[in-house]
Design a protein around this ligand. Sequence first.
Ligand code: ATP
Ligand code: MG
Length: 244
Amino acid sequence: MPDNSKSLMIQTTDLTKRFGRFTAVDKLNLSIEKGEIFGFLGANGAGKTTAIRMLCGLLKPTSGTAVVADCDITHQSEQLKTRIGYMSQRFALYEDLTVKENVLFYSGIYQVETSRALSVAEELLSEMGIDLGSKALTSSLPLGFKQRLALTCSLLHDPRLLFLDEPTSGVDPQARRAFWNVINRLAEKGKTVIVTTHFMDEAEYCHRVVIMQEGKAIALGEPAVLKNEHSVPNMQQLFLKLVS
Ligand SMILES: Nc1ncnc2c1ncn2[C@@H]1O[C@H](COP(=O)(O)OP(=O)(O)OP(=O)(O)O)[C@@H](O)[C@H]1O
Ligand SMILES: [Mg+2]
């Protein structure tokens, strides 16, 4: 059998998380290739964030294993954190800092040289229409801008793998489109992007998706193939058909 492990960014084996007697993620088996845009779909409480937090090394699995960016998530979680960017579901930047102060704060956390962090941020922010030199506090930015700033901060250390947990939730359609342009460009540059979303139009932009229900993967594959298999015209209808 050919060894394809070198092209894999994520491989999970029966990855499971229980909170007490409740199973939030139930024997998840995924193989995600380098350079993929991979979507996690599912209703509220399906287990998407729990799965992602395990894959980031933030939460220990109850059972099962995963190798992410060549690190075992249980035994090499510190090394793993240096290789990934993570944008959490809740806005995690400091509202009472300016844009530049947030960038400098995160460059400190990621131990990136200040000049390098500022040049990475300048490039990413200017193309997203945000002025790095603005004196405005982050709290005054529209949500779409805040999310782009959060994305920028998660990219300062040039991670090979990016986890975006509902990055466009609450963001207007134009800003969502701009955000997805950035995601596509990152993938073109070879980054692997894992994204969760409740927007089924965004699910169409993913190379592959997993649909989760009650912690289990109930469908996995390319949007076009899944739609074809289930004879539905779009991801919205696929989701409604599969998720009871
Ligand atoms: N620390 C915890 N302790 C107990 N239960 C938890 C904990 N974290 C998550 N859960 C439960 O696990 C289930 C899955 O939660 P999770 O946040 O992973 O769902 P999700 O798919 O990300 O949902 P959403 O779309 O609302 O973000 C939920 O029922 C949640 O209440
Ligand atoms: Mg979630």
